[in-house]
Design a protein around this ligand. Sequence first.
Ligand SMILES: [Zn+2]
Length: 423
Amino acid sequence: MRYFLIVICLLQSISSYSQDMEYARSIVDTLCSPHFDGRGYYDNGERRAAAFLSKEYEQIGLKSFGDNYLQEFKLTSNSIKGKIRLVVNGKKMVPGIDCLIDPSAPSYNGSSKVIYLDKDEMLNLDKFKRLLPMLANKFLIIDQTEFKEETGANKKQLNDLLLFLKFSPDIQLNGVIELVEKLTSTASQFQAKRPHVVILKEKTPKKLKKLELAIENVYDEDYQSQNVVGWIEGVVKDSFVMVVGHYDHLGRMGDDIYFPGANDNASGIAMILSLAKELAQGEKPKYSVVFICFGAEECGLVGSKYYSENPLFPLAQIKFLLNLDILGTGDDGIQVVNGSVHKDDFNRLVEINKEKDLLKEVKRRGKACISDHCFFSEQGVPSFYIYTLGGAGHYHDVNDHAENLTLREYNDLFRLLRTFILD
Ligand SMILES: [Zn+2]
């Protein structure tokens, strides 16, 4: 009989374990599906994702602060739509595989001569100034891979000049091509004066002579995004633990490609929803717990900044904030931004991890204003930003697909966070 009971308990725990993973998987699969178009701005993929998350909140049974879960705000946004055509020396480049267009690009349609500028010319400012007039009506080619051995002041000068060449309205230049080893994209809030294109160096002809480019941008001055906010009432009702992360990603780049954003950050959203589901089912937590899926992170932490400036209850009532962004692997443990700022809370994470034998390592890092905890942290809200380490994680590229995501340490991380929030 006892043996029988043990077997039943074991089966139950295995089934609830796989249930959680199944739920996490289904959230990641759904958010990365073509229906959400990479959760970007101009084609409303982000908005469809927010509607989906609202439905999940409702099903879980989260409370809302107002009539619904949405906190709306506006921003400007620039994206690339339609067909992308890039031909170098007569060879057609495939968007997403060979090249990417920076989302800040304006529309452009034409062919252009090119001119190379090397690292030494950029490090010698007199030479650089003399060369500037020669750039008129040409596409400039810069080999980024040459930059990587530089450090300190040289590296800063190269990066500053690259920004100047890409974006300064004061120079005559058709556009900038950067040769890179890896293609990663971003999102843009503004429209630049000239297009900026990145091409994989290995796919580029040795001597690039001529380029044809046809792209079309869409600039929206009044794009509406939204944060999705829900909560569970605690025993101490007016003290809050916040669990946050962004659901937006880079969206589409033209008709043919989109960025699925599985690791960044469908993985974090799956964790937020899993924790919400778990906490909503159990006993009342000691403190109220707020769950926020932020919009418009990728173009500059816009959603979380907006919330921090327009909070739904005073920020001083936040006991602790956990920002979850990129949780798809964990083979080498997790990194905790602000771990060296809030030492006691960090030590508590380490202790829980040790006690329960969960992750390989819980590593501390200092302050870093690189994700949605930033504006809360700046205003004195105790915050951690947690991301997973190790494994093959994709980042801001077209291969950040659900099927490429291992979620290797998802359950261990879930148990760690659950205990940290509830204890
Ligand atoms: Zn992210």
